[in-house]
Design a protein around this ligand. Structure first.
Ligand SMILES: NC(=O)c1ccc[n+]([C@@H]2O[C@H](COP(=O)([O-])OP(=O)(O)OC[C@H]3O[C@@H](n4cnc5c(N)ncnc54)[C@H](O)[C@@H]3O)[C@@H](O)[C@H]2O)c1
Ligand SMILES: [Zn+2]
Length: 360
């Protein structure tokens, strides 16, 4: 079993990476979790993954109750929270209780928020089952729900006691979701680690063949890269913004396309756009742009969006909650893959030219 530590003083926690649930008992023991456990999952994950996971907890001597929420982003809201709270109330939990999030980012975010708020905070464990959750959302402690059409607008920073990644859960994940998760993986390489970027590019085929050694190495590197950023900037004061590479234009496309494309697919388009913007600003060469586009094409992620509505995407960017004042901030590669800087850009023609290039 591989272990990565997220170092956040008294909120530090380990991420364990494995190919099954055989070590779950040991992890519970080292986290000193002794109270009742409630596993929260969604309808899809329940179908494919929950039995094996619950069995591992029972074999480790835990008392586990399961609560299944409907799958889908549209259920990451306060109505589902209310159902979770009601279920927890019925179990007469005390503060030694633990909520286990078994699922993707939706389950992780909502379960984490329930754990952060129920009885003013109970224990929380994450068992992420999508590539996005294994590489991104389970590291960093952002938890929350959507409200009145605004994504993740109600929430908290709340760190789990541990994260347990079982890479074999990816085998039942729809392939489109696996591809989308790879966008964030590629992003981690581009922002901080060229060698890891190369590794991912070289191993695309093995990823889709669920090569366990490759999947475990990717999980380890992803968690280490994201943890290194979060450790320096837990509450998003500055550095953490580099994780938004590909997201300024990506988010806008996601909204303009009415969420018909997956988040990772929009981030893929956003990364191509960011690379081109850096090229136009002479911060990077054509070869680097072609390399990134080539990797994303190989994965099967979109790098082109025919008929893109340039004005709508441009205007949408100004609604993004991460924008300070009226200027747009972009995270752009500097000189090479593996290094980025934040740039404030108010050249409307340049931004529109970059968005338009996605349609060509
Ligand atoms: N907290 C953070 O830092 C952070 C970061 C990025 C994204 N997010 C959030 O994460 C969410 C997206 O996460 P996601 O992409 O994991 O989506 P998701 O949780 O909706 O999962 C995607 C789909 O795959 C299904 N699924 C999950 N695991 C499966 C498995 N092993 N086998 C079969 N089906 C499976 C789910 O039921 C769902 O239908 C968004 O709500 C986003 O806001 C949070
Ligand atoms: Zn993202």
């Amino acid at each position: 079993m591989i272990k990565v530590n997220v170092d956040l003083q008294e909120r530090s926690y380990p991420i364990y990476i494995n190919t099954d649930y055989s070590q779950i008992g040991k992890c519970i023991h080292s986290a000193k979790l002794t109270g009742k456990m409630v596993l929260i999952t969604d309808t899809n994950v329940d179908k494919y993954q929950a039995d094996e996971c619950v069995k591992a907890f029972v074999e480790a001597g835990c008392e586990v109750n399961k609560f299944v929420i409907p799958a889908g982003e549209e259920n990451k809201n306060l109505d589902t929270m209310r159902d979770i709270y009601k279920f927890l109330l019925g179990l007469k939990l005390d503060r030694s209780a633990t909520l286990i999030a078994l699922g993707g980012g939706v389950v992780g975010d909502i379960t984490g928020f329930a754990a952060a708020t129920f009885l003013r905070g109970i224990n929380f464990v994450q068992i992420p089952t999508t590539l996005l959750a294994q590489s991104d959302s389970s590291v960093g402690g952002k938890v929350g729900v959507d409200f009145e059409g605004s994504k993740n607008i109600v929430g908290a920073f709340y760190q789990p006691k541990f994260v347990y990644i079982n890479v074999s859960t990816l085998k039942t994940l729809p392939e489109r979701e696996l591809r989308a998760g790879l966008a964030e993986v590629v992003k981690h390489g581009i922002i901080l680690d060229e060698e890891f970027y190369e590794y991912v590019d070289y191993n695309v085929l093995k990823i889709f063949n669920y090569d366990e050694a490759v999947l475990q190495y990717i999980a380890k590197k992803n968690c280490s890269i994201k943890a290194s950023v979060v450790e320096k900037d837990e509450k998003e004061g500055g550095l953490r913004a580099i994780l938004n590479f590909g997201h300024t234009i990506g988010h806008a496309i996601e909204t303009v396309m009415d969420f018909k494309l997956l988040h990772g697919e929009c981030v893929s388009l956003g990364m191509v756009a960011a690379m081109r913007m850096a090229l136009y600003l002479e911060m990077i060469d054509q070869h680097s742009v072609d390399r990134v586009k080539g990797t994303l094409d190989k994965i099967g992620l979109p790098t082109k969006l025919e008929g893109i509505d340039v004005d709508s995407v441009y205007n949408q960017m100004f609604y993004d909650k991460k924008i300070k004042g009226s200027k747009l901030t972009f995270v752009l590669p500097r000189k090479k893959i593996g290094e980025v800087i934040q740039c404030t850009i108010d050249d409307e023609d340049l931004i529109k030219r970059v968005i338009a290039s996605l349609g060509e």
